[in-house]
Structures are given as C-alpha cells and as structure tokens.
Design a binder for this molecule. Structure first.
Ligand code: 0A1
Ligand code: ZN
Length: 848
C-alpha cells in the first residue's frame, strides 16, 4: 500500500526493531516484467523491544507466505504488512513477484539497457521483498540467482554456479540497503590484490563489451585505494572478490553495496579520448569513496537514517585525504572548499538548510545532501584539527574495534573521541544539530608589541531554528611581518564563546594576519580587510590556501564594485594576478585555480549578503568585462604560458600533467577573446584527448564560433553516451543569457535526448540551471522550461526530479519579478496531481 499522506519521521521517535534477523536466503528467478523473489529469513524476537511483527514492502505481488512451513495471510498496512508470529525464533518464507521492466524510478530491482541491477539505499530493498528495511537490522545473506544472463552477481563470495544460475554468500552481517544484484551480458576487466595479511582478492570491473578499454584507470584507482586504506587507517579488505559494475541508468554517482559496488558509468569509465582530467579525478575519488565505505558504512553502519553523516561525512573525509595524498594537497583543499561553498553554503543559507544530522524528514532520499556529505566531512576535519592527528588515529582505531558489526550513532562516534582524549565534546556536538553557516567577524588591534584578534561568531536563523548557540570553531592563524616574513607560524585558536580575543606578544611591528588557514572551519569570515592587505597575502602568505583565498577576495571585491558602482576592472587585481601567473615556483594547477574568476552564483550570494539584490545579468556582464580586461592586459603572459604548459608525449591523467593542461586551458579561454578563437580552433582540431578537445570546443562556443565544431563533435561522438552528455551539457551551460532557455529547449527535442536517463536529463537541465544569467534571464523562460520538465519527470523518476528542484532554492535572493516567476513555477509543480512524496517535500520546503 502507498502512503495516503506523506508523514514526517522524527529522530526522537526511534525505537529498536522488535525482531532481529539471524539469516537471509534469497532466490531470484529473473524475468523482465515478472521476476520471482523467494525469501527464507530467520527471525528472532527482540526481548528489549517487544512489538508487532511488521515488514516493509512496496509494489510487491504476494504469491505465498509461510511461517515455519505453515501458510499464513499477513495483513497489508501502510508501507508493508503485519502478521501474527510465534513468540520464539521462526522461519519466514515468502514468494513475491516484481516488475523490473516497469521500474523507471531506478530504485529496487530495475533494468538498464537490458541489464538487471539494484539500488537499495536508502529504502529500495522493500521493493524487492518483504523485510525489516532499516539499517539497524543486520544479517548474513545467501543469494541464488536464476536467469539467462551470462553474468549473475551478488554480494559476498561466489559459492557456486552452473548454466543459468549462481550462488553467493556474504558472511558479513549487513543491512538490506547494502544488498545488490546484477545480471547481464557483461565482460570483466580483471586484476588481483593481495592484502597485507595475505588474502588474495580477485578484482573485477564489469562493463558492456564496448567499454572494456575504459576500465584501466578505475582499476588502478581501486588498487591504490586498497593500499592507502591499509597504510593510513589499518583497514583491510575482507572478502575474496571485489566487483564493480558500470550502469548507464543510475540516480547518483555510485553505491557501496558489500563486495559489489554499482557505479554510474560516468563515475568509473574513462579513456584519454573520452574523459577529461576532471573526469579522471572524480572517478578516482568516487572509487576510493565507495571502497572506503567497506569499513565506514558497511562493517560499521548507521543505526537509522538520521545518522547518515556517520558514514557519509567520514567517508568523504577519507576520500578527500586520499586524493590529497595522491595529488596536490593544497589544490585538493581549494577544490573541496570551492565545492563546499558552491553547494553546501548555498544550501545552508536558504530554505533547504538542515543540520548535518537532521531531526526529521519526509523522504530520506532528499537528505543525501551537500550538508550531510560535505559539511559532514568538514566536521571530521575540525575534530581532527582539535584533537590532533595522533589522537584522531587512536580514536579511529577504537571506533573500528568497538563498533565492528554494529549500527551506530553520532553519540557512539563522539564517545570514541571523548574516551581517547578525555575531552568533553558536548559543545562540539552542536555542529551536528545546528544548521546554518556561522559568520565569524574579526577585528584586530596592536599596542606595545601585543597584537590582539577579536572574534565574534553568530549563526543566522535557519528553518525551524531561530536561535543558535556558540560553536567550537578551530581558527588556524599565522602572522606575517610587514617585510613578508612569517613571524608566527600556524597556530590553532579554539574559539568557544560568542565573542573571544586572542593575543600575541613580542611583535616589533603590526603584523598582517593570515586567518582561517587551510579553511580550518566551515564558516564565513568577515573582516574589513583592504585590498593592499589582500595583495600582500597573495604575494607572501606561506599557507597556499590563504594565498589563493586572498586572490579570490580581490577578484570578488573588484567584481562586486563593478556590479554595484559600475567600477572599471581593477587594474591592481589584474597586475597581482599577472605576478602570480609568472611565478614558476607555483604549481600550475594552483595558478589555474587563481585564474578562475569566482562563480556567478557565489557573487550573487555575496551581493545578497551585502544587502544588494543581485542581478544575474549584471553579474554576467561584469565577469565578461573583467575577463576581457584580463585577456587584454595579460595577453603576452597568457600566450607564453599557453605555449609553455603544453604537455609533450602521450596523454596521462596524472596530477602534474593535468595541472599543466588546466593552466593552458585557462589561458586559452582568455586568449580566445583576443585571437578570434584561433588557438581554440587549432587545439580542437588537433587534440588527442578529451580535456583538450573539450576546452577547445568550449572556447569556440563561448566566442560564438562553435557551430561547426559542435557538429563535428556530435558526429565523432554520437555513439558514446558519456561523451554525448558533454555535448548536451556544454551548449546550455555556455549559451548567452538570452539564448540559454532556447538552446535547452532545442536540445530537449533532440532525438538523442533520452530524458529518462538521469545523466542525460541532468546534462541539459542541470547545465541550464548552472548558467546563472541564462537560468535567471528576466523572461522567465528557463523557469518555465524547468518546471515543465520536472513535472514530466516526477512520475517517472521522483528521486532525480526532487534533487533537481534545488535549482530554485536561491529564489529569495532575487528581485520581486523573478521571485514571482519562480513562485509560479513552484506553485505549478506543487499543484501537479499525484506529485511524489520526494518532489512534494522539496517544493514545500523551498517555498517555505
Ligand atoms: N551511498 C552512496 C550514494 C547513494 C545514495 C543514495 C542512493 O540512492 C538513493 C544511491 C547512492 C555513496 O555515498 O556513494
Ligand atoms: Zn558515500
């Protein structure tokens, strides 16, 4: 039965399960629209929490149910069934029929291009069979698959196979959300790994035959992840096989199912000619992320879905550490902070703000958010900073020892740190329950050799949380002498009060502070620094993150003055940038980041915070004018850099080569404003790798000279779904503001616009929304197009539709006309008959 009216679930209402599961045996008889699932489950009453016997179940046709061999007739109730059961352990046997072919929501068992696959997190297992589909019920699984596909995979180790069947046994108790099954016509890229204690593990990446040449990088990333987790966290793999499968139709990036990770094809497949450097880097981090979940998520899982950050925040933090170790740590930190500010700050400062550990939800799938993931990871980073790296390592070992095989809470997590260090972390825990981005205002004074920093913290109200308490904020600070020399090296100040001062003695002159080094806390720092100080830090700071931050602050200030006062592009900023670009001692990847102007959405938020209603058209114009000025002033330097950064020899996705290409392509984009896009055309035509081909194409399109190249690109790549997604995304993403909605409309009518495929849908509509000036063009055409498509997608794939509604989350920033247009679009979505619980919840929260 489906929910009559969506209801809100509360963390405070948690109760333990009334029945434990000791063993699960599943048999699948696969058929596209009539798959039979037979379950045999050993249940045991939980003496600590007696209650009715309830099993989740959705869209299941019941064929038969038996308890201890005797037929029974369970009673359907909302979301599942209840049944009278004996007051002792018993065996439950059920046979149900499901329809994978009709499953367009891509949750449960579904078909993707003729291949069976599953997605059970968070609550998809209930669409496969009756079960207590909650993460605190953990059990070993044995699975038998019968079907005519040549490859039949499930979790754990293979325990038998024959023509048309295979059997799998997963000895490690797991919650149902980690269940997986794959069946199809697949081939494997194989390898092996020997763990440090000598276990031989067979590794395989399963793909369609035509994709076999795109697996080598993913496999290498997997082996590097396995080595890293042994070395850094002491975590070894625990099965004889580790399988990864690439799937074309997938709602998210990937899924950490035990021993059988399922990946969106875009998150695993890469070859030099089809994937960009950014794609390679993303693949490496997602492979690592899913692999690291084996310990942080699978062996130790979440008690309930409110604890999602327990596995996600920690696993993101671990994958960030891995990428920092494998690549350049400062560049990785800047990338992570850019993503945090771009997505999480936006969420935390709007109607969708929620705590890292939410206290209620209607649809849990709506809480796989930047706050749970990225802010969740920042909380781990802060804890590590506060207790120190060694205590962190000890706390983690205690966590693994104490909680292996358990379903845990944030309280368990905090307790291992308290027990390891003897610290009282109650105040720190507020970070998990208090939503909103804290503001940290800083002033300073200098007298008689004593330099004092005064901090004041406050967190603005967020939905349901009008008042906030002070947080523990680790502020990493360094001080520089006017000569540029560092006089106080990085020191961690621990702020715990609403207002607090910290003094440094013995200074011979007023120093320049370098604050929040390495972005030591996820806050918005406000300080009325002048541009001379920023330029000084850009030139001298020893902390690479803050050096970049100073350049960014200069750029932001210059752009905001252009928007608000009609100022000309700031020559001092461009000159400072030129000096940085010339500094060959700096990593090219770092210089490439400095060359990027702040994003237009970021500028809109900063203007809004400064009390100015942002006009996306004016912001776009300012960024264009700034880029023109940068290109004009720096033309010679950019040309030199472009030539110097060319990477000889065959393509390699390594960080150093990728950094050189990033800088060359940053230069190319600006130079195209001066050379009629001649270099871009040459690069596009000559490129032997996707990074350069796409950068050439983007520069041509930006300059309005992309028509032929777009056609050539389409002809070349029409047979490759992942590359075609780039073609679909690039056009609305780079269109002129007045054209963006038309370009997107045209693309949605293209024969290759397979809108039921989440990647393709996101390529066009996500890219349109990312084009801030185009999406917010005063005509409102993009809002209408977006609403039309969300209404169309919702009944087919509620999860992807609901996520896409976040394109409207910033609507309160804008002027009355735009707000009215967006309100209409939201109203229209909300009024759609039969709207899903997913999209309904999101639209209601966004409307506020
Ligand atoms: N746990 C996965 C992400 C994921 C979450 C939800 C999904 O369906 C609702 C699918 C995947 C991860 O963190 O990688
Ligand atoms: Zn994850």
């Amino acid at each position: 039965m489906r929910d009559p009216a969506p209801k809100t679930i509360y963390l405070a209402d948690y109760t333990p399960p009334a029945y434990w599961v000791d063993d699960v045996h599943l048999t699948f008889r696969l058929a596209p629209s009539s798959t039979r699932v037979v379950s045999r489950i050993l249940f045991r009453p939980n003496p600590d929490a007696p209650g009715p016997f309830f099993l989740h179940g959705e869209a299941l046709t019941t064929i038969s149910v038996r308890i201890d061999g005797q037929p029974v007739s369970p009673t359907p109730v909302e979301g599942g069934i209840v049944c009278d059961v004996p007051d002792r352990p018993f065996t439950w046997e059920a046979e149900v029929e499901i329809d994978p072919q009709a499953n367009t929501a891509l949750e449960g068992l579904y078909l993707s291009g003729g291949m069976y696959c599953t997605q059970c997190e968070a609550e998809g297992f209930r669409k496969i069979t009756y079960y207590p589909d909650r993460p605190d019920v953990m059990a070993p699984f044995t699975v038998r698959i019968e079907g005519d596909a040549p490859v039949l995979l499930s979790n754990g180790n293979p325990s038998g196979s024959g023509p048309g069947w295979s059997e799998w046994h997963d000895p490690w108790p797991k919650p149902a959300y980690l269940f997986a099954l794959v069946a199809g016509n697949l081939v494997a890229h194989r390898d092996r790994f020997t763990t440090r204690s000598g276990r031989d593990v067979e590794l395989a990446i399963w793909v369609r035959e035509g994709d076999l040449h795109k697996c080598a990088f993913g496999m290498d990333a997997l082996k590097r992840s396995m080595v890293w987790d042994e070395r850094v966290y002491g975590r070894e793999y625990d099965l004889d096989v580790f399988n990864i499968v690439a799937v074309d139709d997938f709602n998210m990036g990937a899924m950490e199912n035990k021993g059988l990770n399922i990946f969106n094809a875009s998150a695993v497949l890469a070859s030099p000619d089809t994937a960009t450097d950014a794609n390679f880097e993303r693949i490496e981090s997602i492979i690592a992320h899913e692999y690291f979940h084996n310990w942080t998520g699978n062996r130790i899982t979440c008690r309930d879905w409110f604890q999602l950050c327990l596995k996600e925040g920690l696993t993101v933090f671990r994958d960030q550490q891995f990428s920092a170790d494998e690549r350049s740590a400062p560049v990785k930190r800047i990338d992570d902070v850019l993503a945090l500010r771009g997505r999480q700050f936006r969420e935390d400062n709007g109607p969708l703000a929620h705590p890292v550990r939410p206290e209620s939800f209607v649809e849990i799938n709506n809480f796989y958010t930047a706050t749970v993931y990225e802010k969740g990871a920042e909380l781990i980073g802060m804890l590590r900073r506060l207790v120190g790296a060694q205590a962190y390592d000890r706390a983690l070992q205690l966590y693994f020892e104490r909680h292996d095989g358990q379903a845990c809470t944030i309280e368990d997590w905090i307790a291992v740190f308290e027990d390891t260090t003897g610290r009282d972390l109650r105040q720190f825990k507020r970070w998990y329950s208090q939503a909103g981005t804290p503001r940290l205002d800083v002033t300073d004074s200098f007298e008689d050799g004593r330099y004092t920093l005064h901090f004041r913290q406050h967190t603005p109200p967020t939905p349901g949380q009008p008042d906030k308490d002070p947080l523990v904020i680790p502020v990493a600070v360094g001080l520089l002498a006017p000569s540029g020399e560092e006089v106080v090296s990085t020191t961690l100040l621990e702020m715990t009060e609403a207002e607090q001062s910290f003094a440094f003695d013995g200074l011979s002159a007023r120093p320049v502070p370098s604050l929040l080094r390495g972005f030591s806390a996820p806050v918005i720092l406000t300080r009325s620094a002048d541009n001379a100080e920023r330029a000084f830090l850009l030139a001298h700071d020893t902390d690479p993150f803050n050096r970049w931050e100073a350049g960014r602050a200069l750029a932001k200030d210059a752009l905001m003055r252009m928007v608000t006062d009609g100022a000309a592009p700031d020559a001092a900023f461009i000159e400072a940038l030129g000096l940085l670009l010339d500094d060959d001692s700096l990593d090219p990847a770092f210089r490439a980041l400095a060359l990027h102007l702040p994003g237009q959405d970021d500028l809109a938020q900063s203007l809004f915070d400064a009390g100015v209603t942002p006009d996306p058209g004016a912001i776009h114009a300012a960024c264009e004018a700034m880029a023109d000025a940068m290109a004009e002033v720096l033309e010679q330097r950019l040309a030199t850099i472009y030539d110097a950064m060319q990477v000889p020899g065959p393509y390699s996705p390594d960080a150093s080569a990728a950094g050189r290409r990033a800088l060359a392509n940053g230069a190319l984009s600006l130079l195209s404003r001066r050379d009629g896009a001649a270099r871009a055309a040459t690069q596009f035509a000559a490129a032997d790798n996707m990074t350069q081909q796409l950068a050439g194409l983007a520069a041509l399109v930006r300059r309005g000279r992309g028509e032929d190249a777009l056609a050539a690109f389409y002809d070349q790549w029409r047979g490759d779904r992942l590359v075609l997604d780039k073609w679909f995304g690039l056009q609305p993403g780079l269109a002129q503001p007045q054209d963006a909605a038309d370009v997107a409309t045209r693309l949605t009518a293209h024969p290759d616009f397979d809108w039921k495929n989440p990647n393709r849908f996101r390529a066009v509509l996500g890219a349109l929304a990312a084009n801030a000036a185009g999406f917010h063009h005063p005509s409102g055409a993009a809002y209408t197009l977006m609403a039309d498509w969300l209404i169309r997608l919702d009944p087919v794939n509620p999860q992807t539709a609901a996520r896409m509604t976040t394109v409207f989350e910033t609507w309160r920033r804008y002027d009355a006309d735009r707000q009215a247009l967006i309100a209409d679009a939201l109203e229209r979505i909300a009024a759609t008959p039969g709207l899903s619980r997913d999209t309904g919840e999101m639209v209601n929260r966004i409307r506020g």
